[in-house]
Design a protein around this ligand. Structure first.
Ligand code: PAF
Length: 282
């Protein structure tokens, strides 16, 4: 497995792979990998990538000054061991200086899907994500890009970016992976105390119950949202938002449409902000 730190070397590597006729799949991550990330590698392969490049870069411009950029967990050696075992072809792990010569004055901004939900408390987050992912695409030159359903809004924003800016890339959204007890896998779960982790199980449990109650015709979307909020509060969580949206447009849904919808939420347990969602047709 090749470990690459510079953009020039990354581009040279990818062009060489393209010359050999390889389909390049990119799996962008911020490292501190878990099984959710590793499942993205499998998704890239299943979708035809015969050269998988995992990028590891904790992107400063998607964190607000009061957020966890400095304490975000990092362990490149451990990540590389995990990726080697998955037969990943290359890891692109640039430094901040390599990615941002100085503070960028040219940003990629999506103006619709990145306005609500997480953006209400993280207003500059998505422009940081779209900017860095565009830069990673230009470094890795992939044919396929895989993002997780865990970051549901991010995946839709990036899909829109690929469409609107004509990136010649097929974006694939890979299913959300949970612990056995239901907690959505996240590098930030590491911040939770044992008690907070136990309480946070209310997120996946409430989402599942909301889906089941709606499918059984036992509740309305408004009531399901209220129930989820109350459940979270009862477990000591602080609700950031709970919404029900169209899975593509992210517009609010309040009635049965026969389309794919998502309940999406963010909540704090202690100082840790967790997100989760459930996707189904209703
Ligand atoms: O989902 C993430 O880990 C990050 O937001 C991403 C897509 C790697 C961009 O920094």
């Amino acid at each position: 497995m090749k470990i690459i730190h510079t953009i020039t070397e990354m581009q040279q590597y990818s062009k060489e792979q393209q010359r050999k006729g390889k389909i390049i799949g990119i799996v962008p991550t911020m490292g501190y990998l878990h099984d959710g990330h590793l499942s993205l590698v499998d998704t890239a392969r299943k979708n035809g990538a015969d050269c998988v490049v995992v990028t590891i870069f904790v992107n400063p411009i998607q964190f607000a000054p009061n957020e966890d950029f400095d304490k975000y967990p990092r362990d490149l050696q451990r990540d590389c061991t995990l990726l080697e075992a998955k037969n990943v072809d290359a890891v692109f792990a640039p430094s901040v200086k390599e990615m941002y010569v100085e503070e960028p004055t040219c940003l990629v901004v999506e103006n619709k899907l990145s306005r609500g939900l997480c953006a209400k408390t993280r207003p500059t987050h998505f422009q940081g994500v779209t900017t860095v992912v565009a830069k990673l695409f230009n470094a890795v030159l992939p044919d396929i890009a895989v993002f997780g359903q865990k970051d549901a809004q991010q995946a839709r924003v990036l899909k829109r970016m690929v469409r609107d800016l004509n990136f010649p890339i097929r974006l694939v959204i890979s299913p959300l992976i949970r612990e056995k007890d239901g907690l959505a896998l996240s590098s930030r779960n590491k911040y939770l105390s044992a008690e907070e982790r136990e309480n946070a199980l209310v997120l996946s449990r409430s989402l599942k119950e909301a889906k089941e109650a709606l499918e059984a015709g036992n509740t309305s979307i408004d009531s399901a949202i209220e129930t989820i909020k109350n459940n979270i509060a009862a477990k000591g969580g602080k609700v950031d938002y709970v919404e029900c949206v169209d899975s593509e447009t992210l517009e609010d849904v309040r009635t049965k449409t026969g389309r794919e919808i998502m309940f999406v939420l963010a909540a704090y347990f202690g100082s840790t902000r967790l997100i989760d969602n459930i996707l189904f047709t209703y």
